[in-house]
Ligand binder design. Sequence first.
Ligand SMILES: [Zn+2]
Length: 265
Amino acid sequence: MQNRFKGKSCYYCGEPAISDEHIPPKQIFDGFDCDKIVVPSCMYHNVGKSFYDACILMGMLKSLDEFIISGLANDLTPNILKSIELVQDKFPHVKKGMRIIEIFQEGQPGSEKKMKSAFVDADIDHYKWARLLTAGLIWDATEEYQEELDWNEESGVLDNYFRESTEKGLTATDLIESDREKQKHMTAYGAATWIEGWSAISKPYPRDLYNFRFVYGSLGHLHFEHTFFLKYKIWVHVKASPELAEKVKIKALVRSLKEDGCRKV
Ligand SMILES: [Zn+2]
């Protein structure tokens, strides 16, 4: 454990920390020479998380891979293509936590176009996963466990990727319907003045692999928007005091000045 974490509390539950945890998961940056944000963690909120990390990230990368196979992804950056390439050999060996499902494009009988996408199993709680990620970033901003934050089911989470797995497969109509529903919520978020999040020091991680931004809303909620591979987004909000929101804002400001400094050196 890093020295600066001696005697600290877990970033999520406040129990005594016994290890370090990477926020966001270090697998996102496999193959890249960059620093990562690290926070103190209890055993449960470190080890318990790594299986989720693997399933969720593999699910995203496999979905992008299927987009490429279907000719629907022409806009991926070199970093994202590299990430897909690095895990490609592992896709056939993923037996738990993720499955590949066919999506049908409806048309005349017999003329359906098929493409595949990867889905994370319903028992992988990606909402909890996104709360852990958000709590880690808040720890990084304040360097202490925030007792005031209540990470319960209400700390609303919404996403544009994860859908319930189904054995039958999904039709294009199912997907459009579900996206339309989510779009309503996203419009409300879109009007906000977001503050760009920070990266690691002194070698910032590639922001096209992971990036976040946040805003403090009038109802006293801190909203976080996490973006993976420029495509998949998860939103988390949690009730927070104005003082805490201010600390997070200051962190973002100071960090962006430091990152500018790193780039100039
Ligand atoms: Zn913990």
